[in-house]
Ligand binder design. Structure first.
Ligand code: CO
Length: 137
């Protein structure tokens, strides 16, 4: 396994409109992108800090996973995403080692990244995403 850095932290929020001013005005970060990811039923807002990003996630559907997460656990850190040179290779390696996968194949995430989620039952309770930037090849 060859993870290179923490690509982003995913943070579940009730409202981007309420959360963005905190990151901008209190923390001095700049929201550089807002994107809706329809198949994940979320609207995302991105901030950069070093080579790591903060990904705020607002649900666009009361039945969506982010809405359910907030209902159960409140707003807060939802997942950690590690960068890997190849999601496909990492998934194969992790699967061979017995890690439970949510996504058996890479899929398309926000910002055009290839992503896959590992099951929190296999990751000490931390929902874990691995992702790869296909433009960095
Ligand atoms: Co993410």
């Amino acid at each position: 396994m060859e993870l290179t850095h923490i690509e982003h932290l995913g943070i579940a929020v009730k409202s981007l409109d309420e959360a963005i001013p905190y990151y901008e005005q209190m923390l001095g970060l700049k929201c550089y992108s807002i994107e809706e990811v329809a198949d994940q039923k979320v609207k995302t807002a991105f901030f950069k800090i070093g080579q790591t990003k903060i990904e705020l996630l607002e649900s666009t559907d009361p039945e969506g996973t982010i809405a359910k997460f907030i209902e159960k656990r409140g707003e807060g850190i939802h997942h950690i995403a590690f960068a890997t040179p190849s999601v496909k290779d990492s998934l194969e390696e992790l699967s061979a080692k017995g890690v439970r996968l949510i996504d058996k194949e890479p899929r398309r995430g926000a910002e055009g990244l290839n992503i896959a989620f590992l099951h929190p039952k296999s990751t000490q309770g931390v929902l874990t995403e691995i992702c790869e930037d296909p433009n960095k090849k």
